[in-house]
Design a protein around this ligand. Sequence first.
Ligand code: RUQ
Ligand code: CUA
Ligand code: CA
Length: 648
Amino acid sequence: MSTEHHPQDDQDLVPGRRKFLNTAALAGLAGAGLSVGLSACKQEAAPTAAPAAPAPAAKAAEGGELPIHPAPGQLDSYYGVWSGGHSGEVRILGLPSGREIKRVPVFNIDCMSGWGITNESKAVIGTKADGSLKYKTGDTHHVHGSYTDGTYDGKYFWVNDKIHGRLARIKGDTFECDKITEIPNIQGFHGIFPDKRDPVDQAINHTTRVFCGNEFHVPQPNDGRDEDDATKYHCLFTCIDAETMEVRWQCRVDGNMDLVASSFDGKLAASNQYNTEGGAHYEDMMSAERDACVFFHIERIEAAIKAGKASTIGDSKVPVVDGTRTANPDPKTALTCYVPVPKNPHGVNASPDGKYFICSGKLSPTATVIELSQVLAYFDGTLDDLKKAIVAEVELGLGPLHTAFDGRGNGFTTLFLDSQVVKWNIDQAIKFYAGDKNAKYVVDRVDVHYQPGHINASMSETKEADGQFLGVGCKFSKDRFLPVGPLHPENEQLIDIRGEKMKLLADHPVYPEPHDFIIVKRDKIKTRQVYNVDDFPNATKDPKDSGVTRNGNKVTVRLVSQAPAYSLREFKVKKGDEVTLILTNLDKVEDLTHGFAIPKYDINFIVNPQETKSVTFKADKPGVYWCYCTHFCHALHLEMRTRMFVEK
Ligand code: RUQ
Ligand code: CUA
Ligand code: CA
């Protein structure tokens, strides 16, 4: 497919419009509704006029035909683990087909599975004193997986909730959420990244911590004090234990944090920052020409906490250290350092060779390449100026947001305003920045549809980046799918990156609105198809133990399912009882899931093979209630029922 010729391809010919979008221009347009270019309909920023014709059957530049859609009965070669944005969920896609295989409810309520309805899921999500859910909304942005030896191990995936400041963990063996942690004293919890090696004990070569960025600064504590004094607002970088999911520590910083990256040696974590100005209003957040990428020296932070150099904020018991600039003047003892990056940068991504973090410019048309060995040299006191850690800062196009890698030295950066993906060579960019004007770092560009945000390549941020596929999360789909009314799906596009030139392979509509995703080789993931009945302390292992027991007005109903029947044909409770119904699915056959619904009591949930789940409700409506199996299980699925009698 053809791409527009871009001036920055002739790297010394750069018209003014492509220079930094200045504060005045942005602030001026802000009053007119949507700001410049950050809306999809800015004429000037639109991609080449009309959408291109559908991509023809894929023929890769090298390696012949790439089958996008597996033949019936054939499996995909990669798992895509996708955030679901403000649907609150995570989704599992097969790639390259783009088929959605599973939705994993996390911060949302899901009546297919009973997430948010069963006692077990409520305990994970968190409840108020009256037993109702503490939160019913969530906004997932970033999904990342646990690492061993610098690559995915398939054990855990984590995802953030930006709205309420929570981190959730999904188990890689069942693709179910097992823990959610609420982070104290933050708002706008944005980027996450697991560490890839233990920063303190280098013998531990797997993920032990998850780092969390914090975008919205708030008063500390946020209890009504300092509401109108933004100089007293701060952001906290948070470390959560990968196993216990407890918050280990927090580090106060200047500026707002977005995305997070972690180094392969475990020593450094970083977050791109905007609003280093500390402004509370839009214009104030863009006045400085440079913001920063803040680096955290993890080992020093943890040593400072051990040495008792931490405080706490409000009711929280979490130790907090001071990572602000003024508290860290001496590089040799500093907990943090701030590498200057052009204004309002967005993503920060770790190159798979372990050498660089790359910050995208967002309001600047550049990517900044930061060499990690230089950052470590700064912390050792052997690099006098942090600016020297920047080994390249090159123009890529308008609105660079996130970068993925092919493992062959190339980066792929989304250009939100240009509606393109640009492929660029990191070594050539470093040469160009060092003064070699013959170094051609832009390798290729491809139009995407439209306004891409996140991007990721197969196994991208691992030592096994394999340069097969690129997923592009386009925020607007406009005319790419059959119209379905005012709300459009997002368009997740797939690009073949095996050859020198990129090749657009497919469009996939997705329910709004995925942000980030990772693409994991299928052999990294080992799932279980049947639970172990012993995993559930409240299981009823023998159908003979089914029945109703009473303790005052608290009633327990034990029930098992074995296709096509429940162990009780009917059960009796009294009006006013608090009923806990515990259902164990004793079927051991893979794919034999049952459901359980109680009409008028707003209850519906599933039990997978050998799983136990429970619900608690007040029997407040006398009558006969046909409880039935909602999940098709057997030829006699429709007959799979029991009666609940609620006596007056
Ligand atoms: S941020 S479009 Cu929530 Cu992932 Cu970059
Ligand atoms: Cu059991 Cu349907
Ligand atoms: Ca959209």
